[in-house]
Design a protein around this ligand. Structure first.
Ligand SMILES: NC(=O)c1ccc[n+]([C@@H]2O[C@H](COP(=O)([O-])OP(=O)(O)OC[C@H]3O[C@@H](n4cnc5c(N)ncnc54)[C@H](O)[C@@H]3O)[C@@H](O)[C@H]2O)c1
Length: 371
């Protein structure tokens, strides 16, 4: 198959959908890989490394879309790319269709096959192409939190791990899923006194088994949240209720109960945030202060560490990309059920029910194409 890797053009997006190592794997299997000039630069992979791996470099985004049977991307196509997409072309990328109607309409019109990273799903309902970004954001939440706790950045002026003779900082993590667990590992590793709150007892039993002694678990409810925030130095929001807005576990009135200089990192900001006073911020301007409490609410945290994020993402996407290239999308989906819910739009028809519902569009069961 002919695979094209365009350069990401969304503002501040430095990831790339395929590394030179990934390109080599595809080429070894007989596929042809075209990479747009400088597509890997933002992640630290210059053209020359792709060439060594056997890929060919194309000068423009137009040439890359024109030649490819499968386009591998990171972010959803933006408006200037819509016209480049060809009927029957397979697009393998994040789409987040339900949040943007013009993109959905453009992809319907294009008659391309849209396989969305975010809805590829395993039998146990986990989302293998979202997990790596949650892992990055969870780990980064502590790195950022520790930084903003420093006095010059308006934090409490406390070192996460303390020093001999001085108690460590208290870290409260709301939600013990992927983000919360990775945040807990990082905070614990730095020596902080960590509490994870969740509503799932099985999850907390698991966490209690695997976490080190400086990580405790506690049932998440309003009473417990109100009690612990008074003493916390760093609070990480990592709650997710699939398909719903995040619940506000920390409300506006609670800020006055916190110590001045407490830092809130609301990773769940992309689902509305689990802290009422959270509003999305950017890497250029990541924080703001309300009632002496520092808020960090960057909606695309992994974007700040494109080298790690690209490798983490492509480790997860490459096995699927190889199946798609080897077999074509239809046979690959017939053979691997994970890929079936990834199919969102085929040949002008919406085959993912939630997307059809979101915009009141006709829904075609995906089975029509897989029979
Ligand atoms: N800002 C970013 O850059 C970024 C990056 C990756 C992920 N995220 C977001 O981070 C959030 C968490 O993602 P995840 O992958 O860890 O999800 P996850 O499903 O693995 O974990 C969510 C956890 O929240 C728990 N939970 C649900 N209701 C709760 C409540 N009332 N109190 C406490 N815990 C509760 C669940 O039991 C679960 O353990 C999501 O909103 C995700 O979109 C943001």
């Amino acid at each position: 198959m002919i695979i094209g890797v365009p350069k990401e053009i969304k503002n501040n997006e430095n990831r790339v959908a395929l590394t030179p190592a990934g390109a080599k794997e595809l080429i070894k299997k007989g596929h042809t890989v075209y990479v747009q000039h400088t597509a890997g630069d933002g992640s630290g992979f210059p053209d020359a490394e792709y060439v060594i791996a056997g890929a060919k470099i194309l000068p423009t985004i137009e040439a890359t879309y024109e030649i490819a049977e499968m386009i591998m991307k990171v972010k959803e196509p933006i408006e200037s790319e819509y016209k480049l997409i060809k009927a029957g072309q397979l697009l393998f990328t994040y789409f987040h269709f339900a949040s943007y109607e013009p993109l959905t309409m453009a992809m319907i019109e294009s008659k391309a096959i849209c396989l969305a990273y975010e809805t590829v799903e395993k039998k146990d309902r986990s989302l293998p192409l979202l997990v790596p970004m949650s892992e990055v954001a969870g780990r980064m939440a502590i790195q950022k939190g520790a930084n903003y706790l420093e006095k010059p950045l308006k934090g409490r002026g406390i070192l996460l791990g303390g020093v001999p003779g001085v108690l460590p900082a208290k870290v409260l993590i709301l939600g013990g899923g992927i983000v919360g667990t990775q945040a807990a590992w990082m905070a614990a590793g730095l020596g902080a006194d960590v509490t994870i709150m969740d509503v799932s007892l099985p999850r907390m039993r698991y966490l209690a088994d695997v976490m080190p002694a400086n990580v405790k678990t506690m049932m998440s409810n309003e009473y417990n949240v109100r009690t612990l925030i008074k003493d916390a130095d760093l609070i990480v929001g990592a709650v997710l209720i699939p398909g719903a807005k995040a619940p506000h576990l920390i409300t506006r009135d609670m800020l006055k109960d916190m110590k001045p200089g407490t830092v809130l990192v609301d990773v769940a900001v992309d689902q509305g945030g689990c802290i009422e006073t959270c509003r999305p911020t950017t890497h250029e301007n990541p924080t703001y202060i309300i009632d002496d409490v520092v808020h960090y609410c960057v909606a695309n945290m992994p974007g700040a560490v494109p080298y790690t994020s690209t490798l983490a993402l492509t480790n997860a996407t490459l096995p699927y990309a190889i199946q798609l290239a080897d077999k074509g999308w239809k046979k690959a989906a017939q053979d691997n059920a994970d890929l079936v819910p990834g199919l969102n739009v085929i040949n002008g028809e919406v085959v993912y029910e939630a997307v059809a519902q979101a915009f009141n569009l006709p829904f075609t069961p995906v089975e029509k194409y897989l029979a």
